[in-house]
Design a protein around this ligand. Structure first.
Ligand code: FE2
Length: 377
């Protein structure tokens, strides 16, 4: 990961240059039991052990496990004392994404430029170091209690970060072929989508890629609205959802009820071979959301010719959509905790740059069936 910002072509020239971002550095989840969650993400999703911090490294408040797969780094963190503020986060939100960390060349400047434009401070820039060098961190607040951490690691050559030690495990299940985070979606409350779109536009210098209104994303019962924000090089894409009025309760509203506020709804992770990836994930016990078999009766009329045979796609329940630039294959997991909140999307892009709009209706009907089972529709 040594690519410098200036080498990265600017795909969305309308995005501003004041916050160059190289990519997602890590995503940190606060969870009730990090040790067991780490086992789940290794066993079920094929993540590898990377780094650890806790009592053994001098952290007396919390334990963190860092997992890696491709360029994706997840941190799973649990409090180990009753007074840790992480307990409050867990009581309110359950397991969920706390920090969406962005890899930058200059964390102090990223902090200055964004706070100057109105970002709320989560924490001031600070430096941590060990024998492998130094990392600079700074944090600003985004929707709900979610934080963007700016990570500057150009002067660091260790495994992950000072404060962590390498995590060598005897248990190393195979990778599932997950490569990088394609996009991360935030759910926000009623009438809040535009506020957060403006935040990403004005404070972070992002551009708006596309928007969907409740006519695009509605079924007979429920609806939502969505706008997609991207940074200048297109490596960071944050769709923002807000509930819309329908006859019954929107899935976004259900999320907000259980998460007790705005937060990350799903993390979309990319693979180069979705059939192999999903086969493996299913075998590992990952639960996916399925649309009815009738979806496949006319899907090729809608999306046209694709490279893959339809049979394995329909056997695995993989969804297909097309835009002007190509097509994409995608599938969504069920929520990964007991609260119906965070879930994952597996996506393979074959030219398409969109988000599967053609699948929304079938998908939302599948989610409504799950909501109905939960009594929350
Ligand atoms: Fe998505």
């Amino acid at each position: 990961m040594s690519t410098q910002t200036q080498d990265i072509p600017k795909v969305f020239p309308e995005a501003e240059d004041f916050l160059p971002i190289n990519g997602t550095d890590y995503v940190e989840l606060y969870v009730g039991n990090a040790k067991q969650a780490a086992h789940f993400y290794k066993t079920a999703f094929g993540f590898q052990s990377l780094a650890y911090s806790g009592l053994e490294t001098g952290d007396k408040e919390k334990t963190s496990y860092v997992l890696q797969q491709g360029k994706i780094r997840l941190i799973l963190t649990s409090p180990i004392t009753k007074d840790s503020p992480i307990n409050d986060h867990l009581r309110k939100h359950g397991d969920g994404v706390k920090n969406v960390a962005l890899w930058v060349d200059d964390a102090r400047k990223s902090f200055e430029e964004t706070t100057k434009r109105g970002a709320e401070v989560a924490f001031e820039p600070y430096v941590i170091n060990d024998k492998d060098g130094e990392v600079v961190l700074a944090g600003i607040k985004t929707y709900g209690e979610t934080i963007h951490v700016f990570v500057e690691r150009k002067n660091y050559k260790g495994t992950f970060m000072p404060g962590f030690r390498e995590w060598k495990s005897h248990y190393n299940p195979p990778s599932a072929g997950l490569k990088y985070i394609d996009h991360m979606v935030g759910n926000v409350g009623w009438n809040e989508m535009n506020k957060w779109v403006d935040f990403y536009k004005n404070v972070m210098g992002f551009a708006q890629l596309v928007s969907f209104d409740d006519k695009d994303i509605s079924t007979d019962y429920t609806a939502l609205m969505s706008k997609v924000m991207t940074n200048g090089n297109g490596r960071i894409k944050f769709p923002i959802n807000e509930p819309a009025k329908g006859k019954k309760k929107s899935q976004i509203e259900e999320y907000i009820d259980f998460y007790n506020g705005a937060g990350v709804q799903h993390i979309a992770v990319a693979t180069d071979d979705i059939i192999t990836t999903v086969k493996q994930l299913v075998a590992n016990g990952v639960e996916f959301l399925y649309v009815p078999d009738t979806y496949y009766d006319d899907v090729l009329d809608r999306v046209g010719k694709i490279d893959e045979d339809l049979e394995p796609l329909s056997a695995l329940g993989i969804l297909i959509d097309r835009d002007d630039e190509g097509y994409l294959l995608q599938l969504f997991t069920k929520p990964v905790s007991d609260r119906p909140t965070l879930f994952f999307e597996i996506i393979q892009r074959k030219g398409a740059k969109s988000f599967g709009k053609g699948n929304f209706k079938a998908l939302f009907e599948a989610i409504e069936r799950e909501q109905d089972n939960r009594g929350t529709l």
